[in-house]
Ligand binder design. Structure first.
Ligand code: ZN
Length: 99
């Protein structure tokens, strides 16, 4: 069956956010630049041969970025600032004790 809707999943360990569950979150592709990409992979602790970044299906959801690193374009899309690296995860208590 052909799927018209692309499923976006967050690739951060123990984060199971996806576009269907959280349509208001944005899902961000890994940077094309190898060095920046490596920084992201290191940040989400997915280094190793088993982690593959697939275009169109490997994303990091906007929850892992500092609010300052996420901006909205004129067309209403959420974007990540150049050079931003995901920094908020369950292992550093991101989001805990807030709100
Ligand atoms: Zn996530």
């Amino acid at each position: 069956m052909a799927q018209s809707k692309r499923k976006c999943y967050c690739s951060v360990p123990s984060c199971s956010n996806n576009k269907q569950k959280f349509p208001y979150l944005s899902f961000h592709k890994f940077p094309v630049d190898a060095e920046k990409r490596a920084r992201w992979v290191r940040a989400i602790k997915r280094e190793g041969p088993s982690f593959k970044i697939l275009r169109g299906s490997t994303f990091v959801c906007s929850r892992h970025f500092a609010p300052d690193d996420v901006y909205t374009t004129a067309s209403g899309r959420n974007r990540i600032r150049q050079g931003a690296v995901p920094s908020g995860f369950h292992w550093n208590d991101w989001g805990k004790g807030k709100g």
